[in-house]
Design a protein around this ligand. Sequence first.
Ligand SMILES: Cc1ncc(C[n+]2csc(CCOP(=O)(O)OP(=O)(O)O)c2C)c(N)n1
Ligand code: SF4
Ligand SMILES: [Mg+2]
Length: 347
Amino acid sequence: MENPLPTTAPKLNLAGLSKKDYDGAPSTLCKGCGHNSISSQIVQVAFELSLRPHQVIKLSGIGCSSKSPAYFLGMSHGFNALHGRMPSVATGALLANHTLRAIGVSGDGDTGSIGLGQFKHLMRRNLRMVYIIENNGVYGLTKGQFSATAEEGLRLKYAGENPFPPVDLCLEALVAGCGFVARSFAGDAKQVRELLKAALSHRGTAVLDIISPCVTFNNEDDSPKSYGYGTKHEKPLHELGFIPPAEEIAIEPMQPGEYRLVELHDGSRIALRNLEADYDPTDKTVALRRLLEAQEKQEFITGLIYYNPHRPNLAEVEGLHTPLAHLSPEQLRPSPAALAAVLQDYA
Ligand SMILES: Cc1ncc(C[n+]2csc(CCOP(=O)(O)OP(=O)(O)O)c2C)c(N)n1
Ligand code: SF4
Ligand SMILES: [Mg+2]
């Protein structure tokens, strides 16, 4: 019998792939978890940017957030590291092959508690990778204990009252030398997408601290990491749009001085329209002051908080050329004569 349903070919990108080709396994996270929404944006961005899946490596630590690389880019490389140890594994992987595009997903526990030391050293070394923190203020996977990013005095049904002040991971990244520091909200899909695209174009480590509500343990409307609170209180510093290399700027209407264009490493640009008077994301002192002020006033600011493309990344510092993975068997296996010459040096 003939199939009565009309068949339409899926839209393909420049890599010849459909959006479905960027899917991962079905998510096993709770329905409505912010982490699921971030995975969907990664799929969308990878499709729009025509990333080649075999040139991407996904990395993570341990947590609900760290499980999520299983739910996007199923054809890419992946490594689920130990708790808080994603930076070491990422460093090893990218020293072996610095041409890979690396997307790391961590949690506020994975980064802000057990992994804080590794995180700080990753910023210092400026490994080229996108480092996403899916920040929900709790250890979701182990049933909702407070994490280091939970607000002081926050009361939660299962965890009780948090007596400690929070760690601000954007501040930590900034102080440690990170050149791309952004904060976003899983409920603001467009901003997450534009920041992800820009982060993928950055020369070194790009940190995206995304408030990603845990609907099971931390989603009461009065909690600053809930959907309700985020939707009501998000204060974007600017509207932003990613412009791929060589593409015309299609933002209308555009008055002189209304937009700030920030050039990225690969020739793409971000157009920023300030919503907050004179916010300059290229000024580190301004960024530090604004983050401290937001902490003091408990404001939920989002956007590109700091940008500096000038520091070389780790591969550049190390002067890496052809990755081991791209060498031919002949290059990898020296001849007996070459080996004898090397040994001669030690004689
Ligand atoms: C060495 C070690 N210590 C503790 C744990 C237990 N543990 C598993 S996940 C986790 C925290 C996860 O929290 P977060 O990174 O915020 O991820 P979420 O689940 O909230 O997305 C902890 C403490 C572990 N797996 N390994
Ligand atoms: S427990 Fe929280 S963080 Fe974990 S999957 Fe459920 S909603 Fe997401
Ligand atoms: Mg968490």
